[in-house]
Design a protein around this ligand. Structure first.
Ligand code: COA
Length: 321
């Protein structure tokens, strides 16, 4: 049995508001706020890497939980914007934190990454393979954003979240699910080499390419049912869930989920207004906001569901600790 024993986040200092984009592309603050809910996003400083932001999130975790990370046995980093492909970002974090020897992997599951990371950690702990797993969701999306594409560049931001998962006398992970609609892979991708995805011609500029409308429809159309499945799997009802934390992609997506489930927006934490879409960091940043306010407290039942490029999703229900 396992639980989260430490939790922390980091957002870079630099704040970019919507007016910044008015100078770059044909857009305006009102369009961005109305269509996405985004007011600002944070952008990594020059030379500030995904691993640097991850380390800051772990330091925040340590300062709040007192959890010593020197004995972490395995590090899972969930990112689509790694420092580099090899060596992986997890190994950079190990080095920067002075952890002596841990297994290190990066996983690429886009905005669903953090929840996939928790699933992996839970599996390792419950199978007895490891006793302490560090899960990091971190992104420097500003480095892979196409600032000439007005339909996507206004969306993204940078940040990081971290959690430690360890054995527990009581199971705090009440359910998991995941799945992928791979035929929609061409609708949200980052590519450098492959010219064809799903049999269709792909752009190869190393930036994020997305068909926003398709992704929007998929998220609003399918995520509410994935949430219902998860709740049923845990033998709970929606009334038992204190907070639903979907990936903070767009406030309208969260409103669509709220409406479909008849679940109040006040119980759907978000990070998109202040941070933009930070992919695998968005769920931790949304949770952090509520933890800081004291609204998410130990013992509460929190459902997290990430979704994005793949198109893939992963959900879990956690008894917050
Ligand atoms: N500023 C002003 N106008 C813009 C614009 C911008 N930044 N981007 C697009 N437009 C225009 C379009 O060109 C279109 O004009 P047209 O009607 O003359 O063709 C109009 O606004 C509406 O475009 P549309 O694509 O229908 O807008 P939308 O309501 O779907 O909003 C997104 C666009 C990208 C905000 C929205 O589709 C979205 O958020 N999708 C999900 C993206 C996402 O969350 N991805 C990550 C998931 S993990």
């Amino acid at each position: 049995m396992s639980k989260i024993t430490g939790f922390g986040t980091y957002a870079p200092e630099k704040i970019v508001d919507n007016h910044y984009f008015e100078k770059l592309i044909d857009t305006n603050d009102e369009w961005i706020v109305t269509r996405t809910g985004i007011k600002t996003r944070r952008v990594a400083a020059e030379g500030e890497l995904t691993s640097d932001m991850s380390v800051k999130a772990v330091e925040n975790l340590v300062s709040k939980s007192g959890n010593d990370v020197k004995d972490v046995e395995f590090i899972v980093v969930c990112t689509t914007s790694p420092d580099q492909t090899m060596p992986n970002t997890a190994s950079r974090i190990q080095d920067k934190l002075g952890i002596e020897s841990a297994g290190c992997i990066d996983i690429y599951a886009a905005c669903a990454g953090f929840v996939y990371g928790l699933q992996i950690a839970h599996g390792f702990i419950n199978s007895g393979v490891y006793k302490k797993v560090l899960v990091v969701g971190a992104e420097a999306l500003s480095r892979i954003t196409d600032f000439t594409d007005r339909t996507s560049c206004i969306l993204f931001g940078d940040g990081a979240g971290a959690a430690i998962v360890e054995p527990s006398e009581e199971e705090h992970f009440l359910a998991f699910n995941s799945g992928t609609e791979s035929e929609l892979g061409h609708d949200l991708y980052l590519t450098r080499q492959n010219k064809i995805i799903n049999g269709k011609e792909a752009i190869t500029n190393g930036k994020i390419v997305q068909n926003g409308r398709t992704v929007f429809k998929w998220a609003v159309g399918s995520i509410p049912n994935k949430i219902r499945e998860l709740v049923a799997q845990a033998n709970l009802t929606l009334d038992d869930i204190d907070f639903i934390v979907p990936h903070s992609a767009n406030l309208r997506i969260l409103e669509g989920i709220s409406k479909d489930l008849n679940f109040p927006m006040e119980k759907i934490p978000e990070s998109v207004t202040d941070h933009g879409n930070t992919s695998s960091a968005s769920i931790p940043l949304a949770i952090e906001k509520e933890v800081a306010k004291g609204t998410i407290k130990p013992g509460m039942t929190v459902l997290m569901i990430g979704f994005g490029g793949g198109l893939t999703f992963a959900g879990t229900i956690v008894k917050w600790s």
